[in-house]
Design a protein around this ligand. Structure first.
Ligand SMILES: [Fe+2]
Ligand SMILES: [Fe+2]
Length: 259
């Protein structure tokens, strides 16, 4: 069994709140037994894409578990590369793939500089074709990107989801090894399908965004009260894909049932 944790939309800024939440989540993940084989950070790592925010985020997500990150619409590719990943400056998409046991994880940069919506560039599609061509036959592949490629019935996110989702759907439909797609951006835990595979949206650690059914409720669309939550993806030897969503309590666990 392979365990891949997904942490999303941490929105680290200069305040203490969001950083403390990330630190608590990372401590929770590193205490798990078995431990996650990898941790995916699926975008909006920082709130404004500022270098000082990446400095804070880099320290907050430090782990002896491999951490693989992609940008979201709140991120800045150059600062993301230089200050979070420690790589040379570049505005090219931050695409990368990793082998996690027998699983290939391909992380696609769906951010568009200066825009809230998502799109995959020609370079990213070309890169993905190479990753798929070089991945082992008959072994599972998981795709991760920030922008969900589907309508989620979200009052904000549906307007700024992934552009041209059909292009990505065609790639997925043509490759039976792809067991699913994981995304962030929506600040809610959601499960649906895309190109006939599971599409899992991880919750944000910073806030919860209500669905369209909450639009009429004053001040209730974005909720900062809930504790941070993460997605835990399990891949069995037969490539079966299961996800648990776990809220990480900021005030510690209560091991005895309250009266
Ligand atoms: Fe976000
Ligand atoms: Fe986002």
């Amino acid at each position: 069994m392979i365990l891949v944790a997904q942490v999303s939309d941490t929105h680290v800024d200069s305040g203490a709140r969001n950083t403390r939440r990330v630190e608590e989540v990372m401590a929770f993940l590193s205490a798990l037994r078995p431990r996650p084989d990898a941790i995916l950070l699926t975008g909006d790592i920082t709130d404004h894409g500022w270098t000082q925010e990446y400095e804070i985020a880099r320290r907050a997500v430090r782990s002896d578990i491999p951490v693989y990150s992609i940008p979201g619409n709140h991120d800045d590719r150059t600062a993301f590369r230089t200050h979070l990943l420690g790589e040379p400056a570049s505005t090219a998409p931050v695409d990368h793939a990793h082998r996690v046991g027998e699983l290939t994880v391909a992380l696609l940069d769906s951010s568009v500089p200066g825009e809230p919506g998502g799109r995959l560039t020609e370079d990213t599609y070309a890169w993905l074709r190479t990753v798929l061509a070089e991945a082992p036959p008959d072994k599972p592949i998981l795709l991760a990107l920030h922008h969900p490629p589907v309508v989620l019935h979200s009052p904000v996110i549906d307007e700024i989801s992934l552009d041209e989702p059909q292009r990505l759907a065609e790639v997925i439909a043509a490759d039976e090894r792809i067991i699913g797609v994981v995304a962030g951006h929506a600040h809610t835990s959601a499960a649906t399908t895309f190109a006939g595979r599971p599409l899992i949206v991880a919750p944000s650690t910073s806030s919860v965004l209500g669905g369209t059914w909450e639009l009429e409720l004053p001040d209730q669309v974005m909720d900062y009260a809930p504790d941070p939550a993460v997605a835990l993806h399990l891949i069995d030897p037969d490539s079966r894909f299961t996800t648990h969503f776990r809220t990480v309590p900021m005030t510690g666990r209560v091991s005895v049932k309250p009266e």
